[in-house]
Ligand binder design. Structure first.
Ligand code: ADP
Ligand code: 5GP
Length: 210
């Protein structure tokens, strides 16, 4: 297995279950860590600074972006969101897989800088299920739910830019599949060059020593 962690980007329509999947993955396996983004939007009820997001001002955001402290950043419905660099690289170096729950513009920027990053797009079994989940969560007004459903139509255009499609039907099966995807990604030759070099050296020494 590659010793360095990999970035796992999880995107998908609002209400599809990204947060639920990620929480379950973190509960079940201890080799994952979740990146906490900075945002200029106001906290929603129940959200805590440093847990869901670091809630910062536009000025602080601009300063972080200018100093290169964000791996990526993007605008989304009038606000800015970004991924702090230090936290992510620290965990990757420690061998943990870093989960980034971000939208498509950010996902593509991450892939430019980290070609080995794994981009996963989560979809519902069908549109009616998506709407039912948004309604069931009960955090948005009917009008906002309509907006989010319309936005899902737009977002569906970008799905082919991702490496994997994950259908969130049965939650446990979905979480397990995601974990299996990451296990396979760690087996790729491209992320195991050190191991390959070690095997080559070992073989050479062994043959020469015979
Ligand atoms: P997102 O983070 O993508 O906006 P959430 O994780 O908040 O979505 O999930 C939206 C709603 O759907 C929540 O009420 C959650 O409990 C529910 N949900 C998530 N996954 C499933 C699933 N596999 N089956 C049934 N309900 C689900
Ligand atoms: P929300 O305001 O509903 O929490 O998030 C709005 C959108 O911003 C979601 O699609 C979420 O995935 C995305 N997002 C959250 N953090 C980041 C980030 O750091 N970078 C980018 N590019 N998108 C983010």
């Amino acid at each position: 297995m590659s010793r360095k962690g990999l970035i796992l980007v999880v995107s998908g329509f609002s209400g599809v279950g990204k947060g639920t999947i990620v929480r379950r993955l973190l509960e079940k396996y201890d080799n994952y860590a979740l990146s906490v983004s900075v945002t200029t939007r106001a906290p929603r009820e129940g959200e805590r600074h440093g847990r869901e997001y670091f809630f910062i001002s536009e000025e602080q955001f601009t300063s972080m972006a200018e100093k290169g402290e964000l791996i990526e950043y993007a605008g989304y419905v009038g606000h800015h969101y970004g991924t702090p660099r230090d936290y992510v690289t620290g965990h990757l170096d420690a061998g943990r897989d870093m989960i980034l729950e971000i939208e498509i513009q950010g996902a593509l920027k991450v892939k430019e800088q980290y070609p080995e990053a794994v981009l996963v797009f989560v979809v519902p079994p069908d549109a009616a299920t998506l709407k039912a989940r948004l309604l069931g969560r009960g955090t948005e007004t009917p009008q906002v739910i309509e907006e989010r459903m319309r936005r899902a139509v737009e977002e569906s255009e970008g799905v082919e830019r991702y490496d994997y499609l994950l259908v969130n039907d049965d939650l446990e099966a979905c979480v397990e599949e995601l974990h299996q995807i990451m296990l396979c990604e760690h087996r790729k030759t491209a992320v195991n060059q050190e191991l390959i070099n070690g095997i080559r050296t070992d073989l050479k020494r062994f043959v020469e020593g015979e």
